[in-house]
Design a protein around this ligand. Structure first.
Ligand code: FES
Length: 230
């Protein structure tokens, strides 16, 4: 399923924060970033991905330090437990008979598509998620995530100058690295920090994969060297 032009603007509000396979159910709470927002990523009991501000609403401790208890995320400090989906505080272990206060962890909309976790930072949940299943060509495989000390816009410009072109139906840029067909998903993580998720055709041999890795490292070096000093 491809996104049509009417969804292009909404696609740009979904950020490819992490690889879907990297987030296991249960104990795994991962940190992600998008546009400077630090995010706690975890899965509820049914496997649904949760993307929350990485800050406990009680005393601001990072939720990534906590743990998953059944269908709730428990903060590491005082153990307040917040429900999957709503983020509503459900239990305060020190006061088990008390009705929890009406506080919520800040939640963001999140979806899984094309092997990635996509997060939308808008306060109001979008009415529907865009079609992102074809963000990466079907059957392609994940190669690596490249961190680059540069703004995302600069990374996109650098990719464009090397022949990477946008795909009208997806947020990916398509081009070649090390003469290997590559799809690049650029994440605006923080000011002066971007991530490039690189995907490529599944049947690559080891030499082609090695060439792609080398080209990716060269690309990063060239982009970072071109950045104005802070
Ligand atoms: S800081 Fe999280 S429960 Fe107190």
């Amino acid at each position: 399923m491809s996104a049509d032009s009417s969804t292009d603007s909404s696609i740009s509000t979904w950020h490819p924060v992490a690889r879907s396979a990297g987030l296991r159910p249960g104990a795994n709470i991962a940190a992600g970033f998008a546009q400077g927002q630090e995010i706690a990523l975890w899965r509820s009991a049914d496997g649904t991905v949760q993307a929350w501000e990485n800050r406990c609403p009680h005393r601001s401790v990072r939720l990534t330090l906590g743990r998953v208890v059944e269908n709730r995320l428990a903060c590491a400090y005082h153990g307040w437990q917040y429900a999957a989906g709503s983020g509503q505080c459900m239990r305060i272990p020190a006061h088990p008979d008390m009705t929890p206060p009406a506080v919520c962890a800040k939640t963001f909309s999140a979806i899984e598509a094309a092997g990635m976790l996509w997060v939308n930072l808008a306060d109001a949940a979008p009415p529907s998620a865009p079609a992102l299943d074809d963000a990466v060509p079907p059957g392609w495989t994940f190669c690596r995530t490249l961190s680059v000390r540069a703004d995302a816009a600069g990374v996109r410009d650098a990719l464009a100058s090397r022949g990477f072109a946008p795909d009208a139906s997806s947020p990916a840029l398509r081009g070649a690295l090390g003469q290997v067909d590559t799809a690049a998903l650029v994440l605006d993580a923080q000011p002066r920090l971007a991530f490039i998720h690189l995907w490529t055709a599944a049947a690559l041999g080891s030499e082609a994969m090695k060439a792609l890795h080398i080209a990716a490292r060269v690309l990063r070096g060239e982009i970072e060297a071109s950045q104005p000093s802070a």
